[in-house]
Design a protein around this ligand. Sequence first.
Ligand SMILES: [Zn+2]
Length: 255
Amino acid sequence: MISENVETKTPYGKPSGIIRVGELCGERVAFLPRHGEDHTIPPHKVPYKANLSALKSIGVRHVIATCVVGSLRKEIRPGAFVVPDQFINFTWGRDDTYRVDRQLVHLQMAESYCEHVRNIISREIKAMNVNYRIKGTVVVIQGPRFSTVAESKMFALWGGDIVNMTQYPECFFARELGICYGVVATVTDYDVGVPSLISMRTESVDAVLKVFHRNTKATLSLIQRLASASKEITDCVCATNRIAEYYKLANIDSS
Ligand SMILES: [Zn+2]
């Protein structure tokens, strides 16, 4: 149950909204609406840097993000949940590092998401009566426009499974801050490049919303299961090793 509103300031500006902090299944949880209270912040304007910094400042150690995606493959049907394990960044011009000037650090991103969080999401989602895929590559586009047919076909040829506008740089900021980050993606429709299904892409916003609302209940149920399982993540590489060295170099408090 949500019990407290927390207003935060960060060196990178205000986050998308007030953070709601409370208890869920015996665990302390925080909720931050990525697109703002009224869903008015478009993907390319989301203050990703401030959002992750704000969550870090109140002690958040694990982030389970939700997002909606389009499918680049026939077999990934609208209504399915996908737990991506890789991303391809196709955004441009977004501020995407906390790195300070003249301190060159290259962070590992071979595994794009926290494997502990992914494993727990995958385990819990398997126990639910839903369609799911526990692997997938998400192509992150700049937005706010959707892809052209040529772009969409190219993304599929690259190995992309789903397409989205918010996964980058959100997941990378989490990595820089030593936060374990995973995502549950809801497939709302097919992207325009999926052969013979092009008409479905532009069918209607109503059709997309219908799928989204149908999956919302399942998503909330999944979040509850994940909250009670989060205690299982006690020691993760996300917060150690090379990242700790980075903080030492950058003189940033990562505790
Ligand atoms: Zn982790």
